[in-house]
Design a protein around this ligand. Structure first.
Ligand code: F6R
Length: 607
């Protein structure tokens, strides 16, 4: 939620800041802005809307700038509508800040500052921090920051400039992420590596309550007592091409195509002697056997991967699994003990609800395992055990390859739990692992079938509403298919357990309403087909997604999509591809901004 970038060096900073912001636009695109040192003043340019539509034209009008240091921000609005005045950077003549997070006690601070004679131009919580910094300023930036932070409650990552400390940038964070990039004769700050990877792969992770003072020659870290801190330099193991579209029209399409490779990278290193191996995080069979309850917690697509995890773990490991949306889990006072395992799933590793659910679990003494894509992210650091999905950066707001590898991880985990609990033999596991390793090829085959999905998309473009139905694993998958479609095409859709339709929802069916039925599970096929008949006889146009070999049912539906054969248990990994691509092409045909769906941001660091 919101992206921050900053640069101090010898080059003109405008382009570097704007470039960085473009890479961070997935974090929010309600407005964008930059602030730079100009003489002994701070010059700010900011505008509502996407960077290309708002900020860049404004910057071009006011070019050229000689500034060699500055900060930038791309916003996902929380407090105050998207507008020029609510855009960051925000400040006074003396100080300018960019902020990612939410200041919870902003009203209290605002009232205090109003009493002190300050006035406010924006509706943001951020302005209260900027003005409090201004009020507290005593010529010593670190001292001022420490004093100001002692009055602030909430989540934040801040980039700060003081007009009288030319070419210095200060950074501090609490819950929201921030890194400090190290170049040669130039330094950066950013919400994540994507923004600076073009310039450097070396960076420091700023920890909670650490302050960084950055000049072109380096960075000095200290804590809130001004004790100096030495930090380890991190090296990103991917390069700029991973953060660019590489010839694809959209990041989403590129990332869908990257799925076979992401699967191989994620699964293969975790297979030892034909067995899923969790030793890298310390999850032993003994531990697995000791757990009383297993919870899987995440948001959106990550939670949907968890639902697949539940179905397969309960089926092959005969172990109950409770899946929760992180936002619900936190506040429902879950029955956690030190005998439980809580698995949290997150691509970004920064989702506030998931992070808080994790903290709650840690506090209750439960064992915690994070399955995370972004290395060094807050969730990765907070969990007792961490395993990384190795999908590379996911830029598209709409998750595809991250869901794929999260789901693949669910199989590895379920198989290991099954082995530890003795519900499956060594030989059976090896056989299943062998089949899992064939899935990347099958995913590739599904991707190559894209013409089929275009045909389906053409059937959906003018619809107002549709249903996704399925049973068992197919229901788990329907949830993901429905989310993809509504998220990027803005067509209302619901996922529904096929058998549950007749208990109310079937009344929604109208003549011509599209229903996407997922039926990849042989043991449930007949039952799902009965539900298909029920909706068809009420006028629905049914698009069926099923396995090859189910040819004899094609006359019972309006359109059919076949998937390469695989064991039923593994079908979610292949069947999700048509669902992703149907959503993608539908959104493209409807002229939607696929990579930047309205009202959304990729990394949801607010509750
Ligand atoms: C949907 C999507 C979201 C995320 C969710 C969790 O396409 O991307 O539903 O899956 O916001 O995000 P992470 O995995 O970063 O915790």
């Amino acid at each position: 939620m919101c992206g921050i970038v900053g640069y101090v060096g010898a080059k003109k900073c405008t382009d570097i800041l704007i470039n960085g912001l473009k890479k961070l636009e997935y974090r929010g695109y309600d407005s964008a802005g930059i602030a730079m040192f100009e003489g002994n003043k701070i010059k700010t340019i900011k505008a509502k809307g996407k960077i290309s539509e708002g900020l860049i034209p404004k910057v071009n009008e006011q070019h050229p700038f000689a500034a060699v240091s500055g900060i930038g921000h791309t916003r996902w609005a929380t407090h105050g509508e998207p507008s020029d005045k609510n855009s960051h950077p925000i400040g006074t003549d003396r100080v300018s800040i960019v902020h990612n997070g939410i200041i919870e006690n902003y009203r209290e601070i605002k009232n205090y500052l109003l009493e002190q004679g300050y006035s406010f131009e924006s509706e943001t919580d951020t302005e209260t921090v900027a003005k409090l910094l201004d009020k507290n300023y005593n010529g010593d930036p670190i001292d001022t920051i420490i004093k100001t932070l002692s009055h602030i409650e909430g989540a934040y990552a801040l980039g700060i400039m003081f007009a009288d400390h030319k070419d210095h940038i200060f950074a501090v964070r609490k819950e929201s992420p921030l890194i400090v990039g190290k170049g040669s004769g130039e330094m950066f700050i950013a919400s994540d590596v994507t923004a600076i990877i073009e310039y450097t792969k070396e960076y420091y992770l700023l920890e909670k309550d650490e302050i960084a003072e950055i000049t072109k020659d380096g960075v000095v870290f200290c804590d809130l007592e001004r004790n100096k801190i030495t930090k380890e330099l991190q090296i990103a193991d991917w390069d700029i091409s991973a953060a660019e579209k590489g010839g694809y029209d959209h990041f989403m399409l590129k990332e869908i195509h990257e799925q076979p490779d992401a699967l191989i990278k994620t699964i293969k290193p975790r297979i030892k002697d034909g067995m899923p191996d969790f030793s890298e995080c310390g999850l032993t069979d003994e531990k697995i056997r000791s757990y009383h309850n297993i919870y899987i917690v995440g948001c959106g697509s990550a939670m949907h991967a968890g639902v697949v995890g539940k179905y397969i773990t309960e089926s092959i490991a005969r172990t109950p699994v409770i899946v929760d949306m992180a936002s619900e889990f936190r506040y429902r006072n879950p029955l956690l003990t030190e005998k439980d395992l809580v698995v949290v799933i997150s691509q970004s590793g920064e989702t506030a609800d998931t992070l808080e659910a994790l903290k709650l679990s840690n506090k209750a003494g439960a064992d915690t395992l994070a399955i995370v894509n972004v290395v060094g992210s807050s969730i990765a650091r907070e969990a007792k055990m961490v395993m990384y999905t190795l999908a590379g950066p996911e830029i598209s707001v709409c998750s595809t390859k991250a869901y794929m590898v999260q789901t693949a991880f669910m199989y590895l985990l379920a198989l290991r739990i099954a082995y530890a609990k003795g519900t499956i033999t060594h030989i059976e596991i090896k056989q299943l692992v062998g089949e899992l390793l064939e899935i990347p090829n099958k995913v590739q085959m599904c991707i190559e079938n894209y013409e089929q999905y275009k045909n389906v998309a053409l059937r959906l473009i003018n619809t107002e509403s549709l249903l996704y139905i399925g049973r068992g694993l197919d229901y788990a998958l329907s949830m993901e298919g429905s989310l993809k479609l509504k998220e990027i095409s803005y067509i209302h859709s619901e996922s529904y357990a096929a058998g549950e339709l007749k208990h109310g929802t079937i009344s929604l069916i109208y003549e011509g309403m599209p229903v996407i039925a997922v039926a990849t599970q042989h043991d449930l096929l007949e039952k799902t087909l009965s539900n298909v008949k029920e909706v068809k006889s009420r006028g629905a146009k049914v698009i069926l997604i099923c396995s090859e070999g189910m040819q004899d049912i094609k006359d019972e539906v309006d359109h059919i999509v076949y998937l390469p054969k695989a064991r039923d248990m593994f079908m979610p990994l292949t069947a999700v591809v048509p669902l992703q691509l149907i959503a993608y092409y539908t959104a493209v045909y409807r002229n939607c901004d696929v990579d930047h769906p309205r009202n959304l941001a990729k990394s949801v660091t607010v509750e």
